[in-house]
Design a protein around this ligand. Structure first.
Ligand code: SF4
Length: 410
């Protein structure tokens, strides 16, 4: 979401007459798009700000702005804490921020207005802002607000614009993307995916992040039947223990989660599944942690993102004692990582000898790299014509936990 925020900000500022420069030394304004999902993300933002102080003082007229979740959480207290901060704004009002800046800087929209920003092959497009869930550990609803789906036509229009700029793969974003509801016509995510995949130039469509409570058949049929929608589902389970899940207010049981995955896999051939896990939630016992490990072994996810519990202000979980020590959290993370390395390698070995479709993202020194529809990284010797942005068929010859290697076919 933060990458997407930075992207929209850059697009908006470019249209207003500002120019994005690759080197900070050439810049007049630096904007930090911050995250507050974990304590160390905030520490990083403060660290980056400290670095920017020297940059700002080196030339009069330079300014630093902050936005994103940490800026929303801290509000105007940030100005007291960081006297060198010039602007703080909410991404929900980023257009007003840009207008204010236009009043202070001499910009000429005629020079850059409508300029095509150099985009990569992929772009993130928000479809929902905020979240209506009430997970006990999560700060997002406090800093991003309640759920607001964007009109389907607006999302499709953004995708069209990106496609004109050379984007070939879009990822639709939302904290709970699968609860998308077009505010005008009531269309759900499946219909949005269908509308987006019809945009000329778009070859692949993905979506992030799904909540287990809203995985319905229309979505699974869309993944199965729409040719440009990739066979990948990111479905956080967070804990393998029902009592912890209840405390987390995730509002599903492990049995229900299992059933969703089994059903999705029965409908969508070669579906890749990734997930998020938290270890060391307040009161998590060794036995409860083992259930998380058991679920990893049982479901065999393609990718697992593992985090140690980090108490966030205003959340219910922050009122409980953070009683699993940092050392123990680290140990639990490492146990899961070790298991996942083995599981991912076995999962990737399933692709040996098969032919996969790869969107080429990089060609360098005679080698290409790209990703399959299941989001697996593939490397190999680049044949003639394997240009960035082309789709190639690749015969898979090697598999490790993190990538596949193969021979591109003519
Ligand atoms: S669904 Fe995700 S974003 Fe929403 S409260 Fe739960 S963890 Fe946070």
């Amino acid at each position: 979401m933060n990458e997407s925020d930075a992207d929209y900000l850059t697009q908006g500022m470019t249209a207003a007459g500002f120019t994005a420069v690759p080197d900070l030394d050439q810049a007049d304004i630096a904007i930090l798009v911050t995250c507050s999902v974990r304590q160390n993300a905030e520490q990083k933002a403060y660290g980056r700000f400290r670095e920017l102080k020297a940059w700002k003082r080196a030339r009069p007229g330079r300014a630093v702005a902050m936005t994103g979740c940490m800026a929303n959480k801290e509000k105007d207290r940030l100005y007291d804490r960081l006297p060198d901060l010039d602007y703080r704004f909410d991404m929900r009002q980023y257009e007003a921020f840009i207008q204010d800046l236009q009043g202070e800087y001499e910009t000429d929209p005629a020079q850059t207005g409508g300029a095509v920003l150099q985009h990569g092959l992929t772009a993130y497009v928000p479809a929902i802002f905020g979240c209506n869930e009430v997970c006990s550990f999560c700060i997002v609803p406090f800093v991003r607000g309640i759920e607001r789906s964007r009109p389907l036509d607006d999302v499709v229009e953004d995708v069209r614009r990106f496609a004109r700029q050379g984007v070939r793969e879009v990822t639709l974003l939302g904290q709970t993307i699968n609860s998308y509801r077009d505010p005008e016509r009531g269309a759900r995510l499946a219909e949005l995916l269908e509308a987006v995949e019809r945009v000329p130039g778009i070859w692949r469509v993905r979506f992030l992040t799904s909540h287990p409570r809203h995985v319905h058949d229309d979505l699974l049929f869309a993944i199965r039947d729409l040719p440009r929608v990739c066979e990948h589902l990111h479905l956080p389970f967070q804990s393998g223990d029902d009592a912890i899940l209840k405390q987390m207010r995730r509002r599903y049981t492990i049995e229900e989660y299992r059933a969703i995955i089994a059903h999705a896999r029965s409908l969508v051939v070669d579906l890749s599944v990734s997930t998020d896990v938290i270890v060391g939630y307040p009161g998590e016992t060794e036995e409860q942690f083992q259930r998380t490990l058991d679920l990893l072994e049982e479901i065999k996810f393609d990718v697992v993102h593992i985090q140690g519990f980090s108490p966030r202000p205003r959340t219910t979980a922050a009122r409980q004692a953070d009683d699993v020590s940092p050392v123990e959290k680290k140990r639990r993370i490492n146990v899961l990582l070790d298991a996942q390395r083995r599981i991912a390698e076995a999962a990737n070995r399933r692709w040996l000898g098969r032919t996969v479709e790869v969107l080429v993202e990089r060609v360098e020194d005679g080698e290409f790299s790209g990703r399959t529809r299941q989001n697996k990284v593939v490397l190999g010797a680049a044949p003639l014509g394997a240009d960035v942005g082309t789709v190639r068929l690749v015969h898979v010859e090697q598999a490790t936990a993190w990538q596949l290697k193969g021979q591109a076919l003519n």
